[in-house]
Design a protein around this ligand. Structure first.
Ligand SMILES: Cc1cc2nc3c(=O)[nH]c(=O)nc-3n(C[C@H](O)[C@H](O)[C@H](O)COP(=O)(O)OP(=O)(O)OC[C@H]3O[C@@H](n4cnc5c(N)ncnc54)[C@H](O)[C@@H]3O)c2cc1C
Length: 359
């Protein structure tokens, strides 16, 4: 970890999770001056392992990020532990202010800030989140296979989630709680798969220490379970994006930054990667999006620099032409070593070739 320098960087990445670090590696490998600002709160921190990650199956999430930081640093990226609190557009790019008062400037901005899981307000859910309370059958459904699973409905996705979990266990109970009443088709599906449906408000998750014991209803009825699934609302961390004029997209799952396939947003110079722009991206997809965004940003900077180089070259050629017409710059008259040297100097600068001329 380093302190960010104030010098303008090529790219500042906010967020050092899988998406941000993957982008940092891609950019640093393109010899870009890149700085990552990371508050150190990756979404899957409470989970024991990151699953569905080929080659690193089940690796503890923080261990994966530690390895990612080492890789990014080895290629020359800077990583700064801190929180970016404000962002503004400047003439040359962007300026971020960090919570500790430091400022960071860069030509391009990548927001890899992840999302916040807004959990149902049921006592016990937050305490067991990521261990025995889960949301994603692919992330940790296998780990609770064959056990007693309760689904606490809060959203329209609850029945679908129940059907997915039923693939992993024959003992699944759907607590309707605050979820919408299933339609006829859903009732048929739940009945056909032998899912127990419980009507009534859930009061709390009963626990023995840090072990989940039961789902308890408001009327006092208690149902023994080993794991519980919920449907959080997924809310991207989008405040910096809004500060520079971005508008977020609302969908039934939550809210996210609006980004295209390579992460480019509606705001010139601003990209998004990972859960900030894609609420359903898992670790592998977030990493892939980071790489894509990193490559797209590098290509954008390359083309910006190419445009400047072409313009400067054209300007130099115009000077030569004007000089020739006016008979100045040593370019007037017949061809001579002096004229050749002057033309090479004006057009090619340090890369010039041609006759060596003294004086
Ligand atoms: C409990 C749980 C278990 C999961 N298990 C799996 C699994 O097994 N397999 C799988 O593929 N996926 C899993 N996921 C999903 C996984 O967490 C996400 O896919 C992944 O974290 C997305 O990466 P990201 O880089 O977009 O965001 P994050 O990993 O959330 O990283 C975002 C980073 O940005 C930082 N940040 C945000 N705002 C700022 C700011 N203003 N300034 C500085 N830093 C900032 C945060 O502190 C954080 O470090 C799980 C999710 C949860 C909730």
């Amino acid at each position: 970890m380093t302190s960010p320098t104030n010098s303008p960087h090529d790219v500042v990445i906010v967020g050092g999770g899988t998406a941000g670090l993957s982008a940092a590696v891609t950019l640093a490998r393109s010899l870009r001056d890149v700085v990552v600002i990371d508050a150190g709160e990756p979404r899957n921190a409470p989970a024991a392992g990151a699953h569905n990650l080929l080659g690193r199956e089940g690796i503890p999430p923080l261990e994966l990020l530690e390895a990612g930081r080492r890789e990014a640093l080895a290629y020359g990226a800077q990583i700064h532990r801190g929180r970016a609190s404000t962002a503004r557009r400047t003439a040359d790019g962007f300026e971020l202010t960090l919570a500790d008062g430091a400022t960071v400037t860069a030509r391009r901005l990548l927001l890899a800030t992840g999302l916040v899981d807004e959990l149902p307000d049921v006592p016990g859910v937050r305490e067991l989140w990521g261990t025995q309370v889960l949301h994603c059958p692919y992330c940790h459904g296998y780990e609770v296979r064959g056990t007693r699973i309760g689904v606490i409905a809060t959203g329209s996705n609850a029945v679908h989630q129940t059907l997915l979990l039923r693939q992993l266990s024959a003992d699944v109970t759907l607590f309707l709680h605050e979820g919408p009443e299933p339609d006829d088709e859903a009732w048929d599906q739940l009945a056909a798969l032998g899912v127990t449906v419980v009507i009534g408000q859930v009061r709390e998750l009963a626990r023995d220490g840090d072990r989940l014991r039961a789902v308890v209803l408001a009327d006092g009825h208690s149902f023994a379970v080993d794991a519980v699934a919920v449907q959080p609302r997924f809310v991207a961390r989008g405040d910096l994006y809004e500060q520079i004029g971005g508008t977020q997209t609302e969908n039934p799952m939550g809210r996210h930054l609006t980004a295209g396939p390579t992460g480019a947003t509606e705001l010139p110079g601003v990209w998004a990667a990972g859960n900030a722009g894609d609420l359903s991206a898992m670790v592998g997809a977030s990493a892939a999006q980071g790489v894509l965004a990193g490559a797209a940003i590098n290509a954008d900077l390359v083309m910006a620099d190419v445009r400047v180089a072409v313009r400067e070259r054209a300007d130099r050629a115009r000077v030569v032409g004007a000089g020739a017409a006016a008979g100045t710059n040593g370019l007037a008259g017949d061809f001579s070593p002096v004229m050749e040297a002057r033309v090479a100097e004006l057009v090619l600068g340090d890369r010039r070739h041609g006759f060596a001329v003294d004086g």
